[in-house]
Design a protein around this ligand. Sequence first.
Ligand code: DNO
Ligand code: MN
Length: 356
Amino acid sequence: MKITFRWYGRGNDTVTLEQVKQIPGVKGIVWALHKKSVGEVWEKEEIKEEIEYIQSFGFHTDVVESVNVHESIKLGNEDRMMYIENYKETIRNLAEAGVKVICYNFMPIFDWTRTEMFHPLEDGSTALFYEKGKVDNLDPQELINTVAAATDLTLPGWEPEKVERISELFESYKNVDEEQLWANLEVFLKEILPVAEECEIKMAIHPDDPPWSIFGLPRIITGESSYEKLIAISDSPSNAFTMCTGSMGANPENDMVQVAKKYAYRAPFSHIRNVKIYENGDFVETSHYTQDGSINVQGVVEELNKQNYTGYVRPDHGRHIWGEICRPGYGLYDRALGIMYLLGLWDAHEASKAGN
Ligand code: DNO
Ligand code: MN
């Protein structure tokens, strides 16, 4: 298990790399060129500048999250080939800079979806919250307003250029059901995987968050059967997964210990976090501690340890604690606590394996 930390870049994150350096065990930064528009090629020079800065702190830059996929590719529009060619060039440029894993997702229009960014918890902290009944009855525009009001920072997946075209995009997705979205993903994968394989890059798809359809939009990376379908499309070693316990695990039917048991071998990258799921389908993000939520984080780490997992791991969203003002879910303190929990669990399993 190689511990990493997601960081949004200079001037774009409230957390600094000087601070991240003080979290024990962090070896790498999960990064991206956040200023790029979706669909643009990431040029060699800009990649170099970013990774040199990160590496000057002694961190590796092996993992990128995310190179986002243009809506035209997901929709299967006529101009998709141009965007696919751009994507291939980005893969090549990242490989040349030494990148090993690219995390991406294939969610229509919205990336992760929550109804509240700073939901108060009983312990006085706040966290991201998903109110199912609200999403079931909400106009997507209201959701966009909620996200916009929560922070001045641009959140990945909620870029202004996309938000401006929201009704047009909804209209386009009327003709795309789950089957069509799978077909479009297949076209994308068959094009990019040979390039990724040649470059020794793993394309690690992130599950849909939450793992079910919202606003009538299709969602396809939702559980074990999605993983089976992905493998059936291509068993290239580059066709890989980002195992995210909090995203996939928000559906209680997904047992994340089982998922780790069966699929960690294909997940060069894992996001580990906890959510507390309520009976009505609402969920709130909690600390990483197993007892605080519904996900068996302890069991997942135990399983990874049994497999001598060598993938990259990052704590995923945390709460906002000790008065920290930060990007929703991406503060310093709770993610640092999460890392210490993961490392503690890991070391305890190592010790018991060694018979200590
Ligand atoms: C939620 C987060 C996601 C993730 C992107 C990857 O669990 O990890 O927002 O960053 O979906 O493309
Ligand atoms: Mn995640």
